[in-house]
Every structure is written in structure tokens, then in C-alpha cells.
Design a protein around this ligand. Structure first.
Ligand SMILES: [Zn+2]
Length: 120
């Protein structure tokens, strides 16, 4: 079997994917593929898509699995923008120790927090 043409898959998805919040149909301009994987032997593919709704401004990530003729889709509402999704996808989750550490630091912090956080 030929590998999936993700451009065509995206065009097709653009026709069927709707915003789960307001029901508005997505346009491809505000939809981006975050990650894709396909297996030619088992004829399956998995695509992670981020979409911004142009009507209600909510963001949703869709995990679309294609297994032969069957398509499974799961959407999750997110506050990440498209570029956030790419930026954070390979990061490790924050640990409990890191949360405690920042809590301890902020308890006694005196100064300009915004300045500290945006310092390079
Ligand atoms: Zn919407």
C-alpha cells in the first residue's frame, strides 16, 4: 500500500472536523499537524492536529488514528496555541519537587516577578 498523503488526509479532515465547543467548521489555515506517524505494513497512521476555531477562539487538539478503512478521532480542548503545542510536545512534565521549589521561592520572593520571569 502507498503511504498516506497527509496533505490529502488534512483536506479531508478539514471537511469533517468541527469545533466541539461551537460546532463551527475548521478551516485548514488554522489547523496544523503537530506529529504524524504511519506504518505501511499495518496500513495505519496516526496524526496529532492542533486547531484554532476562528469563531469562538478555542483551541483543540485532535488525535486521529486511521486503521485501514476505520478512522478514530479524539479531541481535547486545550489552552495551548499552535506554536505552544510544538514547543512543549517534547518537554518533560513538571515534577512535584519543582512545584514545591517554586512555591518556596515565591513565598519569600521580593521584587518584580514579571521581570524575573522574562529575564533571559
Ligand atoms: Zn468554536
Amino acid at each position: 500500500m502507498k503511504p498516506y498523503d497527509f496533505k490529502k488526509v488534512m483536506q479531508w479532515l478539514g471537511h469533517i472536523l468541527k469545533c466541539p465547543i461551537c460546532g463551527h467548521k475548521y478551516n485548514l489555515g488554522t489547523t496544523q499537524v503537530i506529529e504524524s506517524r504511519q506504518d505501511e505494513v499495518y496500513q495505519d497512521a496516526e496524526i496529532l492536529i492542533h486547531s484554532d476555531c476562528s469563531k469562538c477562539k478555542s483551541s483543540v487538539m485532535f488525535n486521529v488514528e486511521i486503521r485501514g478503512p476505520e478512522v478514530f478521532s479524539v479531541g481535547v480542548v486545550t489552552d495551548l496555541t499552535g506554536s505552544d503545542s510544538s514547543k512543549f510536545r517534547n518537554r518533560q512534565p513538571i515534577s512535584a519537587d519543582e512545584v514545591l521549589s517554586i512555591h518556596e521561592t515565591l513565598k519569600s520572593f521580593k521584587g518584580n516577578l514579571l521581570e524575573e520571569l522574562t529575564k533571559k
